[in-house]
Design a binder for this molecule. Structure first.
Ligand SMILES: Nc1ncnc2c1ncn2[C@@H]1O[C@H](COP(=O)(O)OP(=O)(O)OP(=O)(O)O)[C@@H](O)[C@H]1O
Ligand SMILES: [Mg+2]
Length: 308
């Protein structure tokens, strides 16, 4: 295996589009490092620049400036080789309607120069649960089947990196779970995966590392756990029994009382839940249940997007 540190490394990439004679800055000094073997999530609102970056990687969009390397190969110096290292599953479901899944995979393998004996058409179809549709016209496939076929198309040349732009947009929960399982399997085989998603639950479930992008700029990048730690506010709620006067000592915890449930928020780095329970006990406030909840990726996303 060749020696390189990052599967993808981009430095100060800029891309400006012209829309009706107006300049649209899709990427501004955009830098990112995607480690080998991880599942890396690119998150950001609509129009943030995620697909533009992916299209730069795939050679579909020409950047104005900056450097990008894929598996240590500069995409400007060795475009062809760098393209062999990645398989991209595009955001749009653009499939030629008159070919069957098997034909499309064979065609794609041919485009990449994969010799017939090395092709894995049936294996890919089987893994993606498309064996029954092997010879059907692509136009008869459902949205979820098309999405899976596009994943298959990105895999025919056995690339080291798989990039999925919104892999589960518009698919039902069953298919979503099976796509997640498949992505995890690809990752376990040692491949690097990069995906964009608007489902923060998806990123939380799948990704090791995450970059959040807004208005063409990277706002934050780190491991999922580091990002989750940005939100230090925890909420605790008590189901109260009897007495309902809230003591002043709880004012710092923004108390809200509704239907017997007392909700408090506190900074997990500063306060231990025991401090709160001690206050309740000292004031003879009885409770029958305690529930706590931590901030999730959605809270992180909203916070960092708002702060910028
Ligand atoms: N081919 C193009 N021509 C002109 N403008 C473009 C083109 N592609 C993208 N843009 C613009 O660049 C910006 C970034 O778009 P991009 O598709 O990269 O966003 P995105 O983060 O993928 O959004 P989404 O979550 O909606 O897919 C947007 O303002 C978009 O209008
Ligand atoms: Mg996009």
């Amino acid at each position: 295996m060749s020696d390189y540190k990052y599967s993808i490394e981009a430095k100060n990439v800029n891309k400006t589009f012209l829309q009706k004679n107006q300049e649209v800055k899709a990427l501004i000094d955009f830098s990112i490092t995607i480690k080998r073997g991880v599942i890396h999530g690119l998150l950001g609102p609509n129009g943030a620049g995620k697909s533009t970056f992916i299209n730069v990687l795939g050679g579909l969009v020409k950047k104005n400036s900056g450097q990008v390397s894929i598996c240590g190969i500069d995409i400007d110096k060795n475009t062809k080789l760098s393209k062999f290292k990645i398989g991209i599953v595009p955001q749009e479901l653009n499939i030629d309607p008159f070919f069957s899944p098997a034909e499309l995979l064979e065609l794609q393998a041919g485009l990449y120069g994969v010799p017939k004996r090395k092709r894995k058409t049936d294996e890919i179809l089987e893994n993606l649960k498309l064996t029954d549709q092997r010879n059907a016209y692509a136009r008869t496939l459902s949205g979820g089947m098309r999405r899976r076929l596009l994943i298959g198309k990105a895999l025919v040349h056995d690339p080291e990196i798989i990039i999925l732009d919104e892999p589960t947009a518009g698919v039902d929960i069953d298919i979503r779970t099976s796509v997640w399982d498949y992505i995890k399997r690809i990752s376990k085989q040692g491949k690097t995966v990069c995906l964009t998603t608007h489902y923060l639950e998806e990123a939380e479930n799948l990704c090791d590392n995450i970059s959040i992008i807004n208005h063409g700029k990277k706002i934050i990048e780190g491991s999922k756990n580091d990002l989750l730690n940005i939100i230090s506010t925890k909420t605790v709620s008590f189901v109260l029994e009897g007495k309902k006067l809230i003591p002043n000592q709880l004012n710092d915890y923004k108390p809200v009382l509704a239907n017997n449930i007392l909700k408090l928020s506190y900074d997990k780095n500063k306060t231990n839940i025991k401090n709160i329970i001690d206050i309740l006990i000292a004031n003879q406030i009885g409770f029958s249940e305690i529930n706590t909840s931590e901030g999730d990726l959605e809270d992180v996303f909203i916070k960092v997007i708002k702060d910028k």
